[in-house]
Write a protein that binds this ligand. Structure first.
Ligand code: NAP
Length: 314
């Protein structure tokens, strides 16, 4: 079994920042990149608010720079997903999907969060056949088509604006009359002539054509939550922007979490309830969820891990 001083699970801004710091502290570090190497920024387009990039930068490019910077200081990367951990023993044990085991003196969890689903009727059937949670990935397939975005947060506004580059029309469906999104983002969406809004509305069902294995979304059944009135409207594509769920399932037997599954860290530190296990980034942050705050918390986790290792192992 390969042994590392620090094992980092997750490869977004939190994980790679932690790796840069622990590797520069000369700790033997491995990072497991997981199912979405680079994390959520790899499914974003322009990042305008990451400091240091005055003209903005594409999300995937930013993550490639993070990766290069970590590797420059010796971080080892694996394109593997950790599917099981054992935090009851020392060193800690981590197992990949292929059942390969690794051991580590300290573990930094930076597994981020994943897009939430509605679980509405027909969703499962048409997922990937008209329904998507990533405008950046799939917007291109909806040239001159009629698409919808579900949600009222910044992601919904951002995805809707992005989709106007391809689609004929974009309608934001939101369950309330007020938006959670920042005023500037709502204003940008409202100013865009291709974007309309369907407020106080929810999607009840996804409908489409099925010919053998070929499937295609063609319409959605929506309901006005005030009047309960339902209608079926034509839809070529529907994009989810209804928030995220932290990727923390495998740690549930060991770590304290809030009711939504976000890992609880102590005070301003990254310490979890298990000494030697630290958490950073979106898996422990339901509030800020920004690339720069994730990176900052990755730095905190690395410093905490380094201090913990020097107290216990040197
Ligand atoms: P969010 O702020 O949590 O918004 C989720 C939206 O989805 C809310 O409007 C919510 O409605 C709706 N929703 C949740 N569950 C639903 C359901 N089952 N059915 C229908 N609607 C549902 O998530 P987000 O937009 O992904 O943003 C997450 C964080 O990232 C925020 O802090 C945001 O500011 C940030 N962000 C920033 C930028 C930027 O600055 N460029 C871009 C994207 C995201 P309710 O409002 O009724 O709860």
């Amino acid at each position: 079994m390969e042994h590392y001083q620090v094992a980092i699970i997750g490869s977004g801004p939190a994980g790679f920042t932690a790796a840069i710091y622990t590797s520069r502290a000369l700790l033997k570090t491995i990072i497991f990149e997981g199912m979405q190497p680079g994390g959520q920024l790899t499914i974003t387009t322009e990042v305008e608010n990451y400091p240091g990039f005055a003209e903005g930068i594409q999300g995937p490019e930013l993550m490639e720079i993070f990766r290069r910077q970590a590797k420059r200081f010796g971080t080892e990367t694996r394109y593997e997903t950790i599917k099981k951990v054992d935090f009851s023993v020392r060193p800690f044990l981590l197992f990949t999907e292929a059942d390969k085991g690794y051991s580590a003196d300290a573990v930094i969890i930076a597994t981020g969060a994943s897009a939430r689903r509605l679980y509405a009727k027909g969703e499962e059937k048409f997922w990937g056949y008209g329904i998507s949670a990533c405008a950046t990935c799939d917007g291109f397939f909806f040239k001159n088509q009629k698409v919808f975005v579900i949600g009222g947060g910044d992601s919904a506004m951002e995805e809707a604006i992005y989709l106007t580059h391809f689609a004929k029309s974009v309608t934001i469906i939101h369950r309330r009359g007020e938006f959670r999104a920042s005023k500037i983002m709502v204003q940008r969406a409202k100013n865009n002539p291709k974007i309309d809004f369907l407020l106080h509305t929810v999607v009840e069902e996804f409908l489409g054509e099925e010919k053998g294995p070929a499937k295609k979304l063609t319409s959605i059944r929506i309901r006005n939550v005030n009047s309960n009135e339902e209608q079926i409207i034509q839809a070529d594509g529907v994009f989810y922007a209804i928030g995220h769920t932290p990727n923390t399932e495998i740690f549930k037997p060991y770590l304290e979490m809030d009711q939504n599954g976000y890992i609880i860290t102590k005070g301003k530190s990254s310490a979890t309830n298990i000494p030697g296990v630290f958490a950073c980034g979106d898996c422990q942050d339901p509030v800020y969820r920004q690339a720069v705050t994730a990176a900052g918390s990755g730095c905190i986790a690395a410093i905490d891990a380094e201090r913990w290792i020097s107290e216990h192992y040197k």
